[in-house]
Design a protein around this ligand. Structure first.
Ligand code: GLU
Length: 268
């Protein structure tokens, strides 16, 4: 099984922008265990700008491009140092892969990206992917890691994409405005009603919200990859998802819609 896990800034860092050490340690432990069970793992991490902001003791997310890119350069370094160390405890090797929109949109460059990713997986390495925020600007920006994770999941032919965030999943209306909003457990076909319900849900530390998660889901399911959005506050939720428990919101891939199968083979 090939799994892509994307984790957002609000899950990785405190509101100060400093790393949430307890959570990141727990996350790396669970991911290592899942990899040990035979799952091929690709990790899409956010947090470069947020963690850079924290490390540079900036009170707020920078608003100008050069400072944002400088913060990303600092934060990315801190992230990789942390992942290298924490996955290393469990004897796993990580590789940093930073991409820009050009790397995905240009066919030759996309081939290079896919070949590198597949070779890393063959080498039993965990690719850790982020957008190359310190050089991506304006015309060559993907802009959010939800979309990036959908692109990555499609490119590597993943079976499942899990997006861990600070929300429970997709609701039938915006839960910030509507206390009666209901969590949707399964989405078989993404429609305008889902985008309407997702409007206005943006996180403070990261850049995404539910709209970008839906965009990721559209890309993933069209490529035959299921997607789950779940709350990453407790990374053990990854075990529940892989065991087929009802967690967060699950988007069924086109393949799943034809042949419904809920067990990802994690415990087989
Ligand atoms: N690439 C950004 C970062 O690492 C995150 C983008 C997002 O929040 O989706 O800070």
């Amino acid at each position: 099984m090939r799994l892509v896990v994307k984790v957002g800034t609000s899950t990785l860092a405190h509101s100060t922008g400093r790393l949430n050490i307890k959570r990141v340690e727990h996350l790396c432990k669970v991911l290592s265990d899942i990899k040990n069970s035979g799952v091929e793992l690709v990790f899409v991490t956010s947090g470069a700008i947020g963690v850079g902001q924290g490390k540079l003791s900036m009170k707020e997310r920078p608003s100008d491009l050069p400072t944002t890119q400088a913060a990303a350069a600092v934060g990315q370094c801190e992230l990789m140092y942390t992942y290298d160390k924490l996955f290393g405890v469990y004897n796993h090797t990580v590789a940093q892969v930073l991409v820009t929109a050009d790397d995905i949109e240009d066919e030759n460059r996309k081939d290079n990206f896919m070949n590198t990713m597949l070779r890393l997986l063959q080498l039993d390495v965990i690719p850790v992917i982020n957008e190359n925020d310190s050089v991506s600007a304006h015309e060559c920006v993907i802009g959010d890691n939800d979309t990036l994770s959908g692109i990555v999941a499609a490119a590597v032919g993943a079976d499942l994409l899990i997006i861990l965030s600070d929300v429970q999943g997709l609701y039938d209306s915006n839960p910030f405005n509507n206390p009666d909003a209901k969590l949707l457990r399964v989405v078989e076909k993404i429609g305008p009603e889902h985008f309407a319900a997702a409007e206005g849900t943006v996180s403070k530390l990261g850049t995404g919200g539910m709209v970008t998660k839906l965009m990721a889901a559209e890309i993933a399911v069209a490529a035959g990859c299921d997607m789950v959005i779940a709350n990453g506050m407790n990374p053990d939720v990854l075990y529940d998802i892989l065991e087929g428990k009802e967690v967060g919101t699950k988007f069924l891939s086109v393949r799943q819609n034809i042949n419904r199968e809920d067990n990802y083979g994690y415990n087989e």
